[in-house]
Design a protein around this ligand. Structure first.
Ligand code: PGA
Length: 258
């Protein structure tokens, strides 16, 4: 049975004390065989200011924490920005780059995402590169082209030795926070395409997981996670409560692993 990546993007939610409480209740729930590190890899992405509290309260087991973003410069006059070195220095092991909210609300281009990816990987962070098409692009039959452009421009900046720290997350923009998820077949098709591009770019030595994100919840998790090229979920809304977050993994296990 494949290992499942269960990554929770809290976005701009959770005060430090709420993050701490989440970790306490997570700790109560994840002891035992079901949560062995060979079965599941859990990572929480709190807002910057809640990261220290979450790291302090992080339960033992296959659980880590990362930042939702980081800038490509190391230091200097970049008001409001946080560098990848800073993310690393507080103890984060992971970072997200290229989330669609960064691309579409904050105007990040493929070039900016590529620079952030390079800096993140060179800083020793496991880096989740998010990509995905808008509704207009999907309806115009451009999904594969858009995804290819996003991935290939980012892959160019990946230092070869760091490719093993890369994780991909396919998140169709129209499925994020809308309650609409891609059908398992559509999600599988794009994730398989991403896996193929990654294999061509980095070879089979670096097995790069591909996650699906966009309105993942307990009721659709089993179907999505059972697909061959979907190795896990990047979860927004449903990651804010321990029960709904863990139910995603547990429902998959129940349905397909007994
Ligand atoms: P959602 O968010 O699960 O609330 O749709 C996913 C994401 O943006 O990572």
């Amino acid at each position: 049975m494949k290992k499942i990546y269960l990554y929770g993007n809290w976005k701009m939610n959770m005060l430090p004390e709420e993050g701490e409480e989440f970790c306490r209740s997570l700790a109560d729930r994840i002891s035992g065989r079901l949560y062995g590190s060979d079965c599941v890899d859990i990572c929480l992405f709190p807002p910057f200011l809640a990261i220290p509290a979450v790291l302090k309260a992080l339960p033992a087991g296959p659980v880590s924490a990362g930042a939702q973003d980081g800038y490509f410069e190391d230091r200097g006059a970049f008001t409001g920005a946080v560098s990848m070195a800073m993310v690393r220095s507080v103890g984060c092991s992971h970072v997200l780059v290229g989330h669609s909210e960064r691309r579409h609300i904050f105007g990040e281009t493929n070039e900016v995402v590529a620079r952030k990816l390079e800096k993140a990987l060179n800083s020793g962070l496991k880096t989740v590169l998010c990509f995905g098409e808008t509704l207009e692009e999907r309806e115009g039959g451009k999904t594969i082209q858009v995804v290819q452009d996003q991935l290939l421009s980012a892959f160019q900046s990946v230092p070869e030795v760091r490719a093993r720290d890369l994780v991909l997350a396919y998140e169709p923009v129209w499925a994020i926070g809308t309650g609409k998820n891609a059908s398992p077949d559509d999600a599988q098709e794009v994730c398989a395409f991403a896996a193929k591009l990654a294999l061509e770019a980095f070879g089979s030595g670096s097995l790069i997981p591909v996650l699906y994100g966009g309105s993942v919840k307990d009721s659709n998790a089993a179907e999505l996670l059972s697909r061959q090229d979907i190795h896990g979920a990047l979860v927004g809304g449903a990651s804010l409560k321990v029960d709904s977050f863990l139910a995603i993994y547990e429902n998959y296990r129940k349905a397909f692993a007994g």
